[in-house]
Design a protein around this ligand. Structure first.
Ligand SMILES: [Zn+2]
Length: 158
């Protein structure tokens, strides 16, 4: 549990490969930006965070008592529940704070949840990220972007 967003976790790789294949180019783990976004698409002024559903509390909601309500993909253990609730809540607050800072700096943020990257869903998720990126570009520039130079050897450099 040393690192919440460890490098090269599988969901992140799915996003990287999928966006690369769709012609998007990015940098990884930019340490200069709040939250060290997993992917940074400078051209689109967009940061992408690939979040684990458990650690980042996907779809959990606040309940009236100071607890969180489990969601389908974030089930907080019964044992040591208070500890986990505090930890997950802290992560959620930090995520929000980082995205707020990024927005102040003129960056867009996209959060991609681990559960949306399961084999059956991932192509649809990736298409929708691509759609969102193009939409962001359109909003910022009033036109769709030129297609980036496509690399025939589509293998991603590691
Ligand atoms: Zn989820």
């Amino acid at each position: 549990m040393a690192s919440i967003r460890s490098k090269d976790t599988k969901p992140e790789l799915v996003v990287r490969k999928g966006l690369w294949k769709r012609g998007f180019r990015y940098r990884l783990n930019d340490k200069r930006l709040p939250g060290h976004p997993d992917l940074v698409l400078r051209k689109y002024r967009t940061c992408i965070f690939v979040n684990g559903c458990f650690w980042h509390g996907h779809n959990v909601t606040e309940s009236q008592v100071s607890d969180l309500v489990n969601s389908a993909c974030c089930k907080i253990p019964r044992t040591n529940r208070e500890f986990w609730v505090a930890k997950i809540r802290r992560n959620m607050q930090r995520d929000k704070e980082e995205q707020r800072k990024l927005a102040e700096m003129g960056w867009h943020s996209i959060t991609v949840w681990e559960c949306s990257l399961k084999p059956k869903q991932k192509e649809q998720t990736l298409d929708s990220i691509a759609f969102t990126l193009n939409h962001i570009w359109l909003k910022d520039h009033g036109a769709y972007p030129e297609v980036e130079e496509t690399c025939l050897q589509a293998a991603e450099e590691e």
